[in-house]
Design a protein around this ligand. Structure first.
Ligand SMILES: [Fe+2]
Ligand SMILES: [Fe+2]
Length: 391
């Protein structure tokens, strides 16, 4: 029933196969759930890279790097202000049982009682969202591929590098919070979840941003808005299922995503002002490639279509849908005043027409997909101990 909003669905996916780590000392694990040492470990297939489609590099003309150097001060005054001082940020502990308090066990018990009321389909989506956040090393790497804005030293004082590090540090709280919550709630198979994270970080991502900060920041703008929407919806659904604490937890993450979206949107707004042609061409380029979700290469060692299955459940329960994708495109077209751009090249005008007509086209496709929708199957998700969830 879901419109295929994941471009990987359209191109077919060839998921990675990894070898198991060699287990040096299984004897030390009194409470460990490590799998037994296998005689076959030496025969396991070596790591195979997933099939990738966007491997072009350094496509931005080198002279455009100057634009980003010249925006250094502008970024300090206009972008870094969207970071929150650490002392004012919430921390994962603020939403979780306090292990240093006497009431810890009771708080954990209450958290688990509340979680019992929530269906598996919700947990499948929350796990997928958490795993997406967990691949943060990949996203920081991606931002540091961008020509003109990358952190050249690991502690570069430029505004662009300062933003990337502080953004990563803020995002890391999302990962911690969701992981710790899911660990305690007792509703998911953490070993399967943890394996999926390890596979995903090992695979990386293939966003098609080609070292260009134009493409890179269009991608991040889109993603921040997408995560704002999806965490907002997991908050809304937690409320529906009667868990106000979980709703607050997800809502706090959504609020961060909104702040990040504001910053990335402003970068593109500025680029549209300085270089409308280059910006609209980049916008159309990313839209033609379709925004592949950052965790599109996820794999749990069992389900070769795990990302598609997770996306289908997210679409069905209304956490992130094809309609949301179309709404984001429409919002960005409005926000960057793409319709009003003048003085474009012939290619620029074509790109402008393409992006301005895209949201209605996606909606029409979605309507047709809905009409053709058949009853969707139930499939097992290893994340919820193999229990079946409707796609
Ligand atoms: Fe996040
Ligand atoms: Fe974010």
């Amino acid at each position: 029933m879901a419109l295929n909003i994941n471009p990987m669905n359209m191109i077919g996916s060839n998921l990675p196969s990894f070898s198991l780590p060699s287990l040096k000392s299984p004897k030390v694990s009194m409470v460990s759930t490590l799998p037994p040492r296998s005689k076959d470990i030496g025969n396991l297939k070596p790591f195979t890279a997933p099939k990738l489609v966007h491997q072009a590099t350094h496509t931005m003309p080198p002279h455009k790097i100057e634009i980003f150097n010249s925006l250094e001060e502008w970024a300090r005054d206009n972008i870094l202000i969207h970071l929150k001082p650490v002392e004012k940020c919430w921390q994962p502990k603020d939403f979780l049982p306090d292990p240093s308090s006497d009431g810890f066990e009771d708080q954990v018990r209450e958290l688990r009682e509340r979680a019992k009321e929530i269906p598996d389909e919700y947990f499948v989506v929350l796990v997928g969202d958490m795993i997406t956040e967990e691949a943060l090393p990949t996203y920081q790497t991606m931002l540091n591929t961008l020509d003109g804005t990358r952190d050249e030293t690991g502690a570069s004082p430029t505004s662009w590098a300062t933003w990337t590090r502080a953004w990563t540090a803020e995002e890391n709280r999302h990962t911690d919070l969701l992981n710790k919550y899911l660990y305690m709630c007792g509703r998911v198979d953490m070993r399967q979840v943890e394996k999926t994270i390890q596979y995903l970080i090992g695979s990386g991502m293939d966003p098609g941003t080609e070292n260009s900060p134009y493409l890179g920041f269009i991608y991040t703008t889109f993603q921040e808005r997408a995560t704002f929407i999806s965490h907002g919806n997991t908050a809304r659904l937690a409320k529906v299922h009667g868990d106000m604490n979980l709703a607050q937890l997800c809502g706090s993450i959504a609020a961060d995503e909104k702040r990040h979206e504001t910053a990335y949107t402003k970068i593109l707004e500025k680029l549209f002002e300085i270089d409308p042609d280059g910006s609209v061409l980049s916008f159309a380029d990313m839209m033609r490639k379709k925004i592949s979700m950052p965790a599109h290469l996820m794999y749990d060692g069992q389900d070769e279509s795990l990302f598609d299955h997770y996306s289908s459940v997210a679409q069905r329960i209304g956490v992130y849908t094809a309609k949301d994708y179309a709404d984001i495109v429409e919002y960005l077209v409005e926000r960057w005043k793409v319709k009003e751009l003048t003085g474009l090249s012939a290619d620029g005008r074509q790109a402008q027409d393409y992006v301005c007509g895209l949201a209605p086209r996606i909606r029409r496709l979605e309507e047709r997909a809905q009409e053709r929708a058949k009853e969707t199957p139930f499939i097992p998700f290893s994340w919820v101990s193999g229990r079946e969830v409707k796609l």
